[in-house]
Write a protein that binds this ligand. Structure first.
Ligand code: ZN
Length: 564
């Protein structure tokens, strides 16, 4: 069984809706637990089918956005998914109100039921048309970005292919690359403002119709956050401001000194030192072979996992025209297959495809035999612990990829990870301002961004780029358009990955076992419950970061990357 051979079958709206109605009746009339379980399994089966087809379509569309077949199928799915979700919501309510509910909880666990409850609040018949419009706006944004064909360095490049130039050793190249790339955003700024404005307004309208005060709580519910809220996230952001922002400022100052610059501009930030950022050695095939060695040596489980991924052809890694930007990992339940999508560009990001997306895929692989979908789909903040911790747990193998530059890579990796957190928190804070003030104009939103930027990224200096100085850099952040409130999850997970980094330095074998257990728990528990069950720090508690962040900064203080 290979990815190429997987058969896509268009989910037919009427058939699916009819099936859901039958299953609802079956659940309602289940006389005993056995009958209830049989109906529940059929519901799970249906969800696996729909998710498999939607993911397969999404993957094939993102690999080639010019393929008209999958483009039409994407449009079809955009059209029908909301009404399926709405019918599904009735099914969920039936489950929650069933006399067999205690049995349901025994089968699926408490978190799964809490997620069901949250999920039922995120949709109703009254918002169906608006959900269709929302999906279309997100697709419009993705297509606009995928359409970018930039003339640079004598070539026509997409946004992703600009990556290497943004971290080039030559300052003129970096500046030109930033100007060219944001030139595209600037050129389409009216459209971008308009898409986002319509997205914010439609999301607010959906939230109000569903009985929420604004989109914030709905956004959290959509993310399936069963055990934390925006107040806890605000406490966490405050910790970041107090503990991490000063460290990030100091790292930027050192970077500026290493680069010998009188001002550190935005386009200088990606370059850590004058030697240039470490690049992986070898082409895609060689990197693949190195990744095989790494996973074979890391553990028997990762060896089996990566062998499976290669044999199944479950990876599409090379950048090409018409391909969507970015990278992701997704899961195809019917074939129990994780899939990794990436755009190799010759930078260290290529290695992170194996380590970061590899972490997601490993979790999907080790939980693939659990038939219940809810058990192998963790919340995003949990999923990113799997990916970001894998990035650190694979540190011992970085010599394979970077040779004599391995230690410089390690320093940059850790420093970048720490400096990322203030940015991630800024993106989150910005979205709170946006959705708490849904009537704000695009102009006011620019000011919101400038405010959070000066709070969390006080070193930021855009030189003479008036577009970026005007509060527009966030338009490059796809999550702000397509996945509201997702972004904080990366930062929550990053600080927990630091915890694993420290654990691995103390005892690598023990840290791996703990990581492996965490992956195998998949999506069974809500975030805070999971942290508790695995003896990980509760990052929402004031002062919690002070227990392990200092170890990270001590390491960074002890190393001078110029001597590596
Ligand atoms: Zn990820």
């Amino acid at each position: 069984m290979t990815f190429q051979n997987l058969e896509y079958k268009r989910p037919d709206q009427d058939t699916v809706l009819k099936h859901i109605a039958e299953l609802k009746t079956q659940l309602e009339s289940a006389a005993d637990e056995a009958a209830f379980l049989a109906a529940l399994k059929a519901v799970n089966e249906l969800h696996r089918d729909i998710e498999s087809m939607a993911s397969l379509c999404y993957i094939r569309h993102s690999i080639d956005t010019t393929d008209s077949f999958y483009k039409t199928e994407m449009d079809h799915l955009d059209e029908i998914l909301p009404s399926i979700m709405e019918a599904n919501q009735k099914l969920q309510i039936t489950l929650l109100q069933s006399p067999h509910r205690p049995y349901l909880e025994a089968v699926l666990g408490k978190t799964a039921l809490e997620r069901l409850e949250l999920s039922t609040r995120t949709i109703s018949a009254a918002v169906l048309d608006d959900l269709v419009s929302e999906n279309k706006l997100v697709s419009e944004y993705s297509r606009l970005l995928a359409s970018a064909s930039l003339e640079f360095d004598g070539k026509q490049l997409n946004l992703q292919q600009m990556g290497p130039y943004l971290e080039a050793s030559s300052r003129d190249t970096r500046r030109a690359a930033v100007d060219t790339m944001f030139g595209f955003y600037h050129e389409h700024d009216t459209v971008l403002d308009d898409i986002y404005d319509r997205l914010v307004k439609i999301r607010h309208k959906i939230a109000r119709t569903l009985g929420f005060e604004n989109f914030v709580a709905l956004g959290y519910a959509r993310m399936g956050r069963t055990d934390y809220d925006s107040d806890m996230v605000a406490t966490y952001r405050k910790q970041v401001l107090q503990t991490i922002v000063p460290l990030a400022c100091s790292l930027r100052q050192k970077q500026q000194a290493r680069l010998g610059l009188s001002r550190l501009f935005y386009y200088d930030e990606p370059l850590s030192d004058p030697k240039g950022n470490p690049k992986p050695l070898g082409d895609a095939d060689e990197l693949m072979n190195k990744a095989s060695v790494m996973f074979a040596e890391l553990s028997p489980g990762t060896d089996a996992f990566f062998t499976f991924m290669k044999q199944a052809g479950a990876m599409d890694l090379i950048a090409k025209p018409g391909k969507e930007t970015g990278g992701y990992c997704t899961f195809l339940p019917n074939w129990q297959m994780p899939f990794i999508f990436a755009n190799f560009n010759g930078t260290k990001d290529d290695v992170e495809v194996f380590t970061h997306e590899g972490g997601h895929a490993y979790q999907a692989y080790v939980t693939r035999d659990d038939e219940w979908l809810s058990h192998h789909e963790p919340g995003m903040e949990t999923a990113e612990i799997h990916s970001m911790s894998m990035e650190f747990l694979t540190w011992p193998w970085m010599d394979l990829f970077f040779g004599k530059d391995a230690d410089r890579f390690r320093y940059n990796h850790l420093a970048d990870a720490l400096m990322f957190i203030p940015y991630g928190v800024a993106v989150d804070h910005y979205q709170h301002l946006v959705y708490e003030n849904p009537a704000a104009t695009p102009e006011e939103r620019r000011q919101f961004w400038l405010d959070v930027e000066s709070t969390y990224l006080p070193w930021r200096d855009y030189d003479e780029n008036t577009y970026l100085k005007g509060g527009n850099v966030w338009k490059r952040q796809t999550h702000i358009f397509s996945a509201p409130f997702y972004y904080i999850d990366y930062t929550l997970a990053q600080v927990l990955a630091f915890w694993f980094w420290q654990a691995a330095r103390n005892d690598a074998a023990k840290a791996w076992q703990q990581y492996d257990r965490l992956c195998r728990d998949g999506g069974k528990l809500g975030f805070r419950l999971l942290l508790e069950a695995h003896n990980l720090p509760n990052v929402f508690e004031a002062g919690s970061l002070d227990h392990f962040i200092p170890a990270v900064s001590a390491y960074l203080e002890s190393v001078d990357p110029l001597t590596l």
